[in-house]
Design a protein around this ligand. Structure first.
Ligand SMILES: [Zn+2]
Length: 105
């Protein structure tokens, strides 16, 4: 993970806040109001944060924890929506993630 991300996660911890990724969106969960400079920095590296932080929860549809990150920086459930081909996958949590073209051959 890049230093910028670690720094932000560290600061969030101090505020007892956390970041959750939902598809292509970032959600900041915090009871206290966070300082503007911190929020600004989070926005600046939003796509990087999404790419580095998989969703913390299992898929709401199937209950599996089988996320894969598409080249468009969106986390997708590999059980509900397997990637069409490996070329779309930037990163997969499960090493057994099957692409549709592999399943069909
Ligand atoms: Zn699913």
């Amino acid at each position: 993970m890049s230093e910028a991300i670690l720094d932000i996660l560290d600061k969030l911890k101090k505020y007892n806040a956390k970041i959750e990724t939902r598809g292509s969106k970032l959600k900041i969960v915090s009871k206290k109001e966070l300082p503007q400079p911190l929020l600004k920095r989070i926005k600046q590296i939003k796509s990087e944060l999404i790419a580095k932080l998989p969703p913390q929860e299992p898929c709401y549809a199937c209950g599996d924890y089988n996320w894969w990150l598409s080249i468009h920086n969106v986390w997708v459930c590999g059980t509900c929506h397997p990637p069409a081909c490996k070329g779309l996958v930037k990163y997969a949590i499960s090493k057994d993630l099957k692409c549709l073209d592999e399943v069909m051959h």
